[in-house]
Write a protein that binds this ligand. Structure first.
Ligand code: MCA
Ligand code: AMP
Length: 496
């Protein structure tokens, strides 16, 4: 039986005794024992009734078993659907309703909450922070081999939700080919090998930490220092023994803020990679001055995996996201027509990395994915004569805070629903640590409504990272002559 992704990422390691993951407590898991754990979990999935094509929702702590669960989902031919651990019950409820999973795996601490929003017949298994829980208990006694389900390049392997400028989140359908082709391209381009040791401090519920970091490591057989999150001291302690770091810009500004971070500490490092949010040119420059390392900035999206990268060999230019990846076409358009080099336009992308469309949303898919295969990113960019791309803005109304995408519309909808609120405008302002942070301007219908009560109503509905860090009461929102709210003006007025 062939299974495109399993055969490339997991099967080759069945007898690989090299270390795959090293946890915060020093626990090491070899590639071979990891593959056996994947098989045990695949049995649990199959016993729970998971069939090829079914969705497996995972909102669980960052553990080795969570990575194995991803492998197990692929091995059973099912579709992996990871959720941010910060999502509230309200948010998770939407994903469960939309994706109709065959199985939900959640943190043991959230079991009652999750069970309450599941369809009666949907099984729920748990994985606790300490690694215990019904998932691991069931897996422990299972056989260590599993008959891999047949899956081809066009079958789905992942369903990743991404918020939209209008309405609720959309599930981006990722095929085996989408994920594998991008992992192959990046592994080759960034020259990742079994000699590498990656510091993994990103969450594993988004493309960056899950696919970019783990699929490339699995493909190359690299060692992964697997951290629960970004802890400055722990990252610093691992740098001398590591070769590779993938992070969001916040990682790099935090490292630079620490005087211990210098040329000496980073001597063994081969490559620092940044993405998910714009890396300020000043960060790139300060980093190079301090360490002699030029951070390699790349650009991607949930729907497309990675799109461009600065070169491994050759100049990595601050403020640019580099060239289109070797098997990816990038065109800059205006009204759908390519513009000349040096002209600003919409970034569009085509290639094996581009998703299969939005789950159960054919109209949304048609709006963003052209018949000719080009996906309209919503990012505005410019390509120079050498094909180097710079992102100059976004057409979509999006705030990126610490690498997390926040769509103002989602927050405005929640605020506007509050009795006594007339209207609101949510916007981002620069933030030294997170790049951008969220503010909300509100026009009240009832003057007596307090900011505290607005914040208290928002809190249980939206993940903490989406909460406005400041609410501003205004008499009226600034509008242009067309009646459109001028968020640029708000950004200027309230910039720190
Ligand atoms: C945590 N908090 C945040 C964020 N993270 N608030 C705004 N934005 C954030 N990103 C809040 C918490 O709710 C908490 O609030 C307080 O900040 C401290 O939380 P803590 O967990 O200690 O924060 P941290 O560990 O310092 O985390 C910051 C972080 C983390 C390291 C920047 O957010 C992170 O790992 N971000 C990476 C996101 C990512 O992987 N993005 C890739 C998406 P309070 O204390 O007030 O309760 S994939 C993608 O974008 C595409 C495909 C691509 O190109 O990669
Ligand atoms: P997501 O929807 O979480 O996949 O985030 C994708 C968005 O993150 C892109 O459309 C860009 O706006 C942004 N992004 C990712 N990488 C970069 C980068 N290197 N520079 C600027 N923006 C980026």
């Amino acid at each position: 039986m062939t299974n495109t992704l399993y055969d490339a990422l997991f099967a080759p390691h069945a007898i690989n005794t090299a270390t795959f993951l090293v946890g915060d407590d020093g626990t090491e898991v070899s590639y071979a024992s990891f593959v056996r754990r994947v098989a045990q979990l695949a049995h649990v999935l199959r016993d729970a009734g998971v069939q090829p094509g079914d969705r497996v929702v995972v909102q669980a702590p960052k553990l080795m078993d969570t990575v194995a669960l991803y492998g197990a989902t692929v091995q059973t031919g099912a579709v992996y659907l990871p959720l941010n651990t910060a999502y509230t019950q309200d948010e998770v409820s939407y994903f469960l309703g939309d994706a109709a999973p065959a199985l939900v795996v959640c943190d043991a601490a959230a079991e009652a909450e999750v069970a309450a929003i599941c369809q009666d017949s949907t099984p729920v298994l748990t994985l606790a922070q300490d690694g215990s829980g019904s998932l691991s208990v069931q897996a422990d006694g299972k056989p260590t081999t599993f008959e891999t389900a047949a899956r081809g390049p066009d079958d789905l392997a992942g369903l990743l939700y991404t918020s939209g400028t209008t309405g609720r989140s959309k599930g981006a359908m990722m095929s085996h080919k989408n994920l594998l082709s991008n992992a192959q391209t990046l592994t080759e381009l960034w020259q990742i090998t079994a000699q590498d040791r990656l510091i993994h401090a990103l969450p594993i519920f988004h493309t960056h930490g899950l696919f970019v970091a783990l699929n490339t490591s699995l493909l190359a057989g690299a060692e992964v220092r697997f951290m629960a999150g970004f802890d400055l001291d722990k990252v610093m302690a691992e740098i001398p023994a590591s070769t590779l770091l993938m992070g969001v810009p916040t990682f790099y500004t935090r490292l630079l803020d620490d005087a211990r971070f210098d040329r000496d500490l980073t001597r063994n490092m081969r490559l620092f990679i940044s993405g998910s949010a714009p890396l300020l040119a000043e960060t790139h420059t300060a980093f190079a001055e301090r360490t002699d390392h030029h951070i390699l900035e790349r650009y991607g999206m949930t729907e497309t995996n990675m799109i461009t990268s600065n070169p491994y060999d050759g100049a990595r230019i601050a403020g640019t996201v580099g060239h289109a990846l070797p098997d990816t076409e990038v065109t800059i358009t205006e009204n759908g027509k390519p513009v000349a080099a040096g002209q600003i336009g919409m970034i569009e992308v085509r290639g094996n990395n581009v998703f299969q469309g939005y789950w159960k949303m054919p109209e949304k898919t048609a709006e963003e994915l052209r018949d000719n295969g080009f996906f309209i990113t919503g990012d505005l960019g410019v390509k120079d004569a050498d094909g180097r791309i710079s992102i100059v803005g976004r057409q979509k109304d999006l705030i990126i805070s610490g690498g997390y995408n926040i769509y103002p519309k989602e927050i405005e909808d929640v605020i506007n629903d509050i009795d006594g609120v007339l209207e609101s405008a949510v916007f981002g302002v620069p933030h030294a640590d997170f790049g951008e942070t969220v503010l909300a301007a509100i026009v009240l219908e009832e003057a007596s409504l307090s900011i505290e009560s607005i914040a208290a109503t928002v809190a249980p509905q939206l993940a903490r990272f989406k909460h406005p860090r400041q609410y501003i009461i205004m008499d009226a929102l600034p509008r242009n002559t067309m009646g459109k709210v001028q968020k640029n003006l708000l950004r200027e007025i309230y910039a720190p």
